[in-house]
Design a protein around this ligand. Structure first.
Ligand code: NDP
Length: 292
């Protein structure tokens, strides 16, 4: 449509600074208006009475102006779509500088676009809308998740066909594990008698729910995180090995998922007690088979 997307490259820093400032302003507005919200509109986790914590986590679940849902808007438009638009801007900048987009840039753009198409939007349902999500949506996701694409504008990479094929394969394997393991568990939780999951081995727990011990969830205790991390690696590999910056996402995401796994493990041990210990004995590795 002729939009000068390539100029986003020069505007990245000022835009990131403005997005950070806007995150503070919007979060203050949300915190203050939440005191007029009806009780049923508040998020259970964001109303501890500690102002700093509640400001950070968010008091109101889905703050709206009329019909306009602020959380939904911020997650989808400046957050996810902002990330895609910045990536495309970097691709356009490459076209301006070098006449055509590089293979590395095309891979990074395609992988991340595919990922967004499958991301679940669980925050929309459970969490309040406070500084953490506002900053995440307006500043963190669009400006840090697009680091690989902006890196490629400044540091062009020669990517041969074999290397590209290898990277596409890693992304494909990651995507396959991510999708298959998530849908296996979701199907098992929705309908354990469904033919696709009914022949899997399970163990009983005292709550009446069962745990899968074969199939994807018998490989490691969080196969979905394994798939996610393989994809994160594939987004970074097109940037080569000369610099640490494009590896920021894969390092950050590994720390995030290792921490999330530990938190989920604690919750599951609390919920399922001895049955969870039996599962851990049967499936000793958490995320990486034979490693972790
Ligand atoms: P998970 O989908 O990993 O679900 C964990 C829950 O699954 C447990 O609490 C338990 O709940 C159930 N469960 C665990 N083990 C078993 C088993 N053996 N059999 C049956 N049920 C089991 O939760 P997340 O929300 O952490 O992850 C969802 C997806 O989102 C993942 O693919 C993850 O990679 C991705 N993600 C992406 C992020 C990003 O920023 N890109 C951030 C975080 C997650 P119960 O028993 O109560 O059903």
């Amino acid at each position: 449509m002729g939009a000068p997307l390539g100029s986003l490259f020069e505007l990245l820093l000022p835009l990131a600074v403005c997005a950070t400032g806007t995150s503070f302003l919007l979060s203050f507005y949300l915190y203050i208006r939440s005191f007029w919200a009806p009780h049923h509109a508040l998020a259970p986790g964001g109303n501890t009475g500690n102002p700093l914590y509640d400001f950070f986590i968010g008091r109101e679940l889905n703050p709206r102006i009329g019909n306009f849902d602020l959380k939904y808007f911020c997650e989808l438009r400046p957050g996810l779509i902002g990330w895609v638009v910045i990536n495309l801007g970097m691709l356009m900048k490459e076209v301006e500088l070098r006449d055509s987009p590089s293979l590395a840039m095309i891979l990074v753009n395609s992988f991340q676009l595919l990922y967004e198409a499958v991301l679940t939007t669980m925050d929309i349902v459970h969490d309040g809308f406070g500084f953490m999500l506002v900053f995440g949506d307006l500043a963190w996701v669009p400006f840090t998740y697009s680091l690989q694409a902006s890196f490629l504008v400044v540091h062009p990479q020669e990517l041969g066909a074999a290397a590209a094929a290898g990277i596409v394969l890693i992304n494909g394997i990651g995507y396959y594990i991510f999708r298959k393991s998530n849908s296996q568990k979701n199907m098992f939780r929705r309908d354990p008698k469904h033919p696709s999951v009914s022949n899997l081995e399970t163990i009983a727990t005292a709550t009446g729910k069962r745990l899968l011990v074969s199939g994807w969830w018998g490989l490691v205790r969080h196969p979905n995180y394994l798939g996610d991390l393989l994809m994160a690696l594939a987004w970074t590999l097109p940037c080569g090995f000369s610099h640490l910056l494009p590896y920021f996402y894969v390092v950050y995401f590994t720390v995030l998922l290792v921490h999330r796994e530990a938190r989920d493990e604690r919750q599951c041990r609390g919920k399922y007690g001895l049955a969870w210990d039996a599962y851990c004995q049967r499936v000793p590795y958490r995320i990486f088979p034979y490693l972790y």
